[in-house]
Write a protein that binds this ligand. Structure first.
Ligand code: FE2
Ligand code: FE2
Length: 222
């Protein structure tokens, strides 16, 4: 294994490498991965909403283990895989071009930081609900709804702004550099195990496959 490309953090390199190693190396492989990850995140968000609505309707005792699984996925998967990949492989090269895209991409970057803060509040709300019982439910449900709305809007902005911009502006050189960086990082340890663990957790949460590639739910567009 040769020297890693210094422009990419090792984690992003490994993720990109796995995305591109799955099939033919076309300029769209990484973008397909972004969209697939968005569908999975949207599916978990919808499952979380459904569970909380069931609780609201008096549908049995809360499954705190299941709720913790969902919050863990929504926290760890973006923080360790999806966001580093976007920031290093999508946002950075788009911002390097300057112009109108720069402000919009900077906003998406800021939203990544907001996601982390909002997730912290949601996790705290779940802890309070678990320890405090029904009197803490409304605060948890409110935090959950706010987080879901925010993150769905964030992904929708990426799908309607950042990804089309990449498709429009990235050239052969951009994709070739990404490909080369991924090739260097192909054998990083631990990446495949983490990917498999996230996939197992996702399937446990949603009870099967991600929804068909029909894009994000309508609520993401409001
Ligand atoms: Fe993002
Ligand atoms: Fe994203």
């Amino acid at each position: 294994m040769g020297a890693a490309c210094p422009r990419l953090r090792p984690q992003a390199q490994a993720i990109c490498c796995r995305a591109l190693s799955k099939g033919a190396r076309t300029v769209n492989d990484a973008l397909i991965t972004f969209r697939d990850e968005h569908r999975k995140l949207a599916a978990v968000l919808q499952t979380l909403r459904d569970r909380v609505e069931q609780l609201c309707a008096g549908g049995g005792p809360p499954d705190f283990g299941g709720l913790r699984d969902m919050l863990y996925y929504l926290d760890a998967f973006p923080a360790r895989r999806h966001h580093p990949m976007e920031e290093q492989l999508l946002f950075m090269p788009l911002r390097a071009r300057g112009g109108d895209a720069d402000a919009a991409i900077a906003e998406l970057e800021r939203e990544h930081a907001c996601v982390a803060a909002a997730m912290g509040s949601l996790e705290q709300a779940l802890l309070r609900y678990e320890a405090g019982g029904e009197r803490e439910f409304v605060a948890f449900a409110t935090a959950m709804q706010g987080f879901c709305d925010f993150y769905l809007r964030h992904m929708h902005k990426e799908e309607t702004l950042a990804l089309p911009l990449a498709e429009e502006l990235f050239g052969e050189g951009d994709w070739a550099r990404m490909d080369a960086a991924c090739a260097e990082a192909r054998e990083l340890p631990g990446g495949a195990d983490e990917e498999r663990e996230f996939e197992q957790l996702f399937r446990r949460i949603v009870g099967g496959e991600a929804p068909a590639p029909a894009a994000l739910p309508p609520s993401a567009r409001s």
